[in-house]
Design a protein around this ligand. Sequence first.
Ligand SMILES: [Zn+2]
Length: 79
Amino acid sequence: MTINRHTCEEAFRRLDDYLDRRLTPEETRLVEEHLQICAACSREFSFEESVLTGVRRKLRHLEAPADLLGRVLSQLRRT
Ligand SMILES: [Zn+2]
């Protein structure tokens, strides 16, 4: 199956995996293409990336449970 164009919904579904570098090169390319044409997603992605980077930095200091990151992100989505 070929995905021709990313919708916002598809981009968001891949957000976590994208930030964790878990996507295939093809999926990564599609997400990046969408970010270039969509200001809303671009803002959201860079916001989450900065949150993620901040949390990771804290985790290294605190040695918090590995699943904390996921919980923090799902909290963010609920607000
Ligand atoms: Zn979008």
